[in-house]
Design a protein around this ligand. Structure first.
Ligand SMILES: NC(=O)C1=CN([C@@H]2O[C@H](COP(=O)(O)OP(=O)(O)OC[C@H]3O[C@@H](n4cnc5c(N)ncnc54)[C@H](OP(=O)(O)O)[C@@H]3O)[C@@H](O)[C@H]2O)C=CC1
Ligand SMILES: O=C(O)CCC(=O)C(=O)O
Ligand SMILES: [Mg+2]
Length: 437
């Protein structure tokens, strides 16, 4: 099999990071991965919308120079490898990229390429904002109450991939070591002979960099609270430690900007509940961000029943995965749920939809391209191209208001006309062009 060979677009420039600030030329080269399943459908729609947003906003002054890089089925067909090293290298070199979804087989076969990219490029934040667009159908009474931003830890937890298959030599060795060195813990395994084993690493460093990013975001965007979501009552030294490290970080590094439930508890213990309540009220009145926590299971109920109480959320990898799909449903579904994987220290970021490849709809020009388009919007904002990002959001509002929408919205919206994926993109582009006439 041949190896991928890449010729960078001739007139493109390179995004760099200088003193922690992303420097974006007017002609940045941006790698893209089409993705599997419906990936090519939504990518074709997305690239047209992003180009139109940039062209309408900046005239000819700014232009993205796209560079296709390969992963997933397309890479395997062309080069006999699912994730060529070159793809990872180019995403690292050009710093900002965008991708369609990639297939992961269940229960065997290759490990997730999506997770591999996050780990190889150490993109420790999976940033998933969840907000409602006016007119989008929703199963809840007040979808406008949902305006949350999830910071999902992206490199640790059970996603680290430390797993041993039941019956394998590896699991036998692992269990023998466990039995020898940790007999108490070994005795808690109900059926050792037929168990598969997964290991869940969660570190202080990993927690702190994630929570720092979430607090910084809350400060810059003037958000009111940060909820640490965890299952620390059961997994004490991983999820419970995540909670403790998160509170400690806020208290140690952000005493002027935050007030936490941990501080409230301390004051209550020393001075009583009334004093603690007064302290919290004063802190919030002065504009401090409230740092609080919630256990993961009740969170899934409360984001439904009292969404206004949730703002920025910091959580571990698996909780964040569940929570982001559940929250997407509240604001119209996974067809409109964007995301970005980001390392704020190196500047490296890959933007991608929250959903997967939806294989049953592949090549039908049917699914909603909204999630990938809005991931592109996040990318433009990350690059500092706010004007184009704002124009895109307005155009998305306009396209939804036209009620010419893809099947997922049309099946729930009154008096809507179902249009194809590409036609929905056309509608957004029309709105962009009309706004700039
Ligand atoms: N980051 C990534 O690349 C991700 C990859 N995956 C991978 O994707 C594959 C399929 O996973 P699966 O669990 O089926 O989840 P998917 O998210 O791919 O699809 C589940 C359902 O969500 C709805 N949906 C998904 N995308 C859209 C869209 N663009 N517009 C409208 N509706 C949409 C469809 O619902 P309906 O049937 O109601 O129409 C679809 O059947 C797996 O291999 C999985 O590992 C999964 C998640 C993320
Ligand atoms: O990589 C996968 O197949 C699943 C990833 C996923 O569900 C997510 O990123 O939300
Ligand atoms: Mg997921």
């Amino acid at each position: 099999m041949s190896h991928p060979s890449f010729t960078p677009p001739p007139n493109g420039g390179v995004i760099t990071l200088e003193n922690g600030v992303l420097i974006v030329p007017d002609n940045p080269i941006i790698p893209f991965i089409e993705g599997d399943g419906t990936g090519p459908d939504i990518w074709r729609a997305t690239v047209r919308v992003l180009d139109a947003a940039v062209a309408c906003t900046y005239g000819g002054q700014r232009k993205i120079h796209w560079l296709e890089v390969y992963a997933g089925e397309k890479a395997f067909k062309l080069f006999g490898t699912w994730l060529p090293d070159e793809t990872v290298d180019l995403c690292r070199e050009y710093k900002v990229s965008i991708k369609g979804p990639l297939t992961t087989p269940i229960g065997g076969g290759i490990r997730s390429l999506n997770v591999a990219l996050r780990q190889l490029l150490d993109m420790y934040v999976c940033l998933r904002p969840v907000r409602w667009f006016k007119g989008v159908p929703s199963p809840v009474k007040n979808p406008g109450g949902v305006d949350m931003v999830i910071f999902r830890e992206n490199t640790e937890d059970i996603y680290a991939g430390v797993e041993f298959a039941a019956g394998s030599d590896e699991v036998k060795l692992f269990l023998a070591l466990l039995k020898e060195h940790f007999p108490d813990q070994f005795s808690k395994i109900r059926f050792p002979e037929s168990s598969g084993i997964g290991i869940k690493p969660v570190s202080q460093q990993g927690t702190e960099r994630l929570v720092k990013a979430a607090i910084d975001y809350a400060i810059v965007n003037k958000r009111k609270s940060l909820t640490i979501v965890h299952k620390g009552n059961i997994m004490k030294f991983t999820e419970g430690a995540f909670r403790l490290w998160a509170y400690a970080l806020a208290e140690r590094d952000y005493p002027e900007q935050t007030y936490s439930w941990a501080q409230w508890e301390k004051t209550k213990a020393q001075l009583g509940e009334a004093a603690a309540n007064q302290e919290q009220a004063d802190a919030l009145a002065s504009g401090k961000i409230l740092i609080k926590d919630a256990i993961a299971d009740i969170t899934l109920q409360q984001v439904l029943t009292r969404p206004e109480e949730f703002d920025v959320i910091a959580t571990l990898n698996l909780n964040g995965d569940y929570l982001s799909d559940a929250l997407a449903a509240q604001v119209g579904g996974i067809g409109i749920a964007p995301g970005g994987n980001i390392n704020y220290q190196t500047g490296i970021a890959i933007f991608e939809a929250t959903h997967g490849t939806a294989p049953k709809y592949a090549n039908l020009d049917k699914v909603n391209p909204g999630s990938l388009i809005l991931s592109g919007e996040m990318m433009l904002r990350y690059m500092g191209w706010q004007e184009a990002a704002d124009a895109l959001i307005n155009a998305m509002d306009g396209a939804i208001a036209s009620k010419q929408v893809t099947y997922d919205f049309a099946r729930l919206m009154d008096n809507a006309t179902e249009v194809t994926c590409s036609r929905f993109a056309d509608k957004i582009i029309e709105c962009l062009q009309n706004a700039h006439k």
